[in-house]
Design a protein around this ligand. Structure first.
Ligand SMILES: [Fe+2]
Ligand SMILES: [Fe+2]
Length: 168
């Protein structure tokens, strides 16, 4: 595998880049729609889908997709790292630099990563013995993620139930 290590690092880098491009193009598509440029919006959305194809392919080749049990464990580890060490440090640094908007976005993410770690842990414990399948609701302001129904009010950001969208 040693002679392969450059390629593994490249796959990792390409996966990160394609993943970012996917999200960036979706944000650009929204902006293009808001600006009244429907064709540019469609192109951004089409390219974003293509970047997802690339990202998933790179991830698969580097062995990044495993059994659902292993994937849940990895997701829990990732979310836990984010709320235990990554975001707390970023929040401290943003506060130090007086960037209130960065503090707000980091704090929202930090709170929601705790929720995600909890939901993933619950899913892991229930794996193989799930009850009826239900949908999740996501807050469009902060990303808070809730089972089964949108709450009256988001406990993370205070938005009303209309801010939540259903994910099936
Ligand atoms: Fe998360
Ligand atoms: Fe929220």
């Amino acid at each position: 595998m040693a002679q392969d290590s450059k390629t593994m690092a490249n796959l990792q880098e390409a996966f990160a880049g394609e993943s970012q491009a996917n999200r960036k193009y979706l944000a650009f598509a929204k902006q293009a729609d808001a600006d009244g440029f429907a064709q540019a919006a469609k192109l951004f959305r089409a390219a974003s889908e293509a970047e997802t194809v690339h990202a998933h392919s790179h991830l698969k080749v580097m062995g990044g997709i495993n059994s659902t049990k292993e994937n849940l464990l990895e997701a829990i580890a990732g979310e836990t790292h984010e709320f235990k060490s990554m975001y707390p440090q970023m929040i401290t640094e943003a506060e130090k630099e007086g960037n209130a908007q960065a503090v707000r976005t980091f704090k929202f993410a930090n709170e929601v990563e705790k929720v995600h770690a909890g939901l993933y842990t619950k899913a892991l414990e229930a794996l193989g013995q799930e009850g009826p399948v239900f949908d999740y609701f996501v807050c469009s302001i902060c990303g808070h993620t809730v089972e089964k129904a949108a709450p009256e009010k988001c406990v993370v950001c205070g938005a009303g139930s209309k801010a939540f969208f259903q994910v099936s």
